[in-house]
Design a protein around this ligand. Structure first.
Ligand SMILES: Cc1ncc(COP(=O)(O)O)c(C=O)c1O
Length: 480
């Protein structure tokens, strides 16, 4: 694998040793901070670290501290050093890690609460049978569907129209999950150097998709909720692209109110900002009325949907609702990507739409009960944590009384609990997110109970002294 050089300034920006200073020597805090960024994917495998001398200069630490920190990384098997090529991050195959939000573990006693998705509902079996009945006519074709299965495109278009957003089937492109939609849209819509406006914290794989397409992230300032209106209006004129999650925002679970949808949609339109609205979580509504699609106010917006959350992630079916004029270019570009989603999976989702399962996800009753039970248990076991109960989605966004999310995630991992700490949701923003932990409530209630017990025990071991030790006046965290 070729190495990517990380500058000293880049490393100092990416990691936050103050959040790992547990009263020990500085080199340990630096080693832990770098290890945490490697394990949660902020520093990719194969990255060549800056020289110890340049790190020492940029970070204002002694050269011995930098040298010893790199030594700890090598001892942990997270880096290798070779004469002439410096220190290179090497993620060992055996390391149980959280480089993906889908971290899994081979240890059957481990619990992973990294993934905001439910297992398939029992209804899926019936849908598969019904879909199989429609398969013979498809089997007479070659089965490649770069724009999507016509039946599914029709049903999705009809559903948008019924929900107040007039849509023709030709405007729908079926993708391999919402992630496939993001990959296609960022590749087609972003030019290198474009500024991509995003919420301060957001879905990390979207950040990755924008960066991969050469865009520069322009995250909104951290504020009380993900959509500080004055900041958005200030930022819009300097953005070329925008990516927003108005419904059950991942990770905070917040919902953009109707008034702001109107104002933001109109502002994007006025300034010609190419707007991508990610509605992956939209159908997981536990309370309240559905609010209008943001594209109502921004007709040229690209809206992403998915069957992953309301039905099952294993289907790998998502879609884009695009302005008509953009469709041919997207389909053409798609030829380099995957040539289309699975025909059988699309048939299954077409059955699901006809059966109304996107409008009434079979997961909702369980998700509602698990959410309430998790909130109650956290309030009892971790009374100084703060959670604003979300009206939908699949995650709790817990505010900790100290900046110690990464340290907590590492302590939890030692107890067999895998979870994603806040910084992973703040992209490349320096030192942000240490106040936050995302807790998906997608495991069965008894497993969630054990998970929260492990979390509480990890928290007790970190102790209040640590919360003080890691407080850093440079960083303000979101108060959602
Ligand atoms: C906001 C958001 N967008 C996209 C995705 C990817 O979803 P899919 O499984 O449809 O690819 C996720 C998955 O968690 C998500 O939360």
């Amino acid at each position: 694998m070729t190495s990517r050089q990380m500058s000293a300034a880049g490393l100092v920006t990416a990691v936050d040793p103050s959040a790992h200073a547990r009263g020990g020597p500085a080199y340990r805090a630096w080693a832990s901070a770098i290890a945490a960024a490697v394990l949660d994917g902020r520093i990719p495998d194969g990255t060549r670290l800056p020289s110890e001398r340049t790190l020492a200069e940029a970070a204002g630490i002694s050269r011995t501290t930098a040298t010893r920190a790199y030594g700890v990384l090598r001892d942990r098997g997270l880096a290798s050093a070779r004469q002439g090529s410096g220190t290179v991050i090497r993620l060992p195959l055996t390391e149980r890690n959280a480089t993906s939000l889908l971290a899994t573990s081979a240890d059957p006693d481990d619990i992973s609460i990294t993934t905001a998705a439910m297992p398939a509902p029992p209804e899926l079996a019936r849908l598969v049978h019904r879909a199989a009945e429609g398969l013979p006519s498809l089997m007479a074709t070659h089965g490649y569907l770069p724009d999507g299965l016509p039946l599914l495109r029709e049903r999705l278009a009809q559903r948008y129209t019924e929900h107040g957003l007039a849509t023709e089937p030709e405007q729908i492109i079926v993708t391999t999950g919402a992630q496939g939609a993001l990959a296609l849209l960022t590749r087609v819509l972003c030019r290198p150097g474009d500024r991509a406006l995003t919420e301060a914290c957001s879905y990390p794989h979207a950040f990755d998709a924008f960066s991969g397409a050469g865009a520069r992230l322009l995250p909104l300032p951290i504020a009380d909720d993900p959509w500080p209106m004055a900041d958005i209006e200030r930022a819009v004129p300097s953005a070329q692209v925008a990516y927003l999650i108005p419904d059950f925002h991942n990770p905070t679970g917040a919902v953009m109110d109707a008034e702001r949808r109107g104002r933001i949609g109109a502002a994007m339109c006025r300034h010609g900002v190419t707007t991508i609205v990610d509605e992956t979580m939209r159908d997981l509504r536990l309370e309240g009325e559905a609010l209008p699609h943001l594209a109502r106010w921004c007709p040229d917006a690209f809206t992403i949907g998915s069957a992953s959350k309301s039905i099952w992630g294993g289907l790998r079916v998502g879609w884009i609702r695009a302005p008509r004029s953009a469709v041919p270019g997207l389909i053409q570009a798609r030829m380099h990507q995957d040539l289309g989603a699975s025909a059988l999976d699309q048939l299954i989702v077409a059955e699901a739409v006809a059966a109304g399962l996107l409008d009434r996800s079979p997961h909702l009753p369980i998700a509602g009960r698990t959410r309430d039970a998790a909130i109650a248990l956290i309030a009892e076991r971790l009374p100084d944590w703060r959670i604003d109960p979300p009206a939908g989605g699949l995650t709790l966004w817990a505010r900790l009384p100290g900046r110690m999310a990464t340290a907590l995630a590492m302590a939890a991992e030692e107890r067999g609990l895998l979870l994603t700490p806040g910084p992973r949701f703040f992209g490349a923003q320096p030192h942000a997110g240490e106040h936050w932990i995302r807790i998906p409530y997608t495991q069965p209630q008894d497993v969630m109970k054990r998970a929260i017990e492990r979390l509480a025990s990890a928290w007790e071991d970190l102790g209040p002294r640590d919360a003080e030790a890691v407080r850093d006046p440079r960083t303000i965290d979101i108060i959602a």
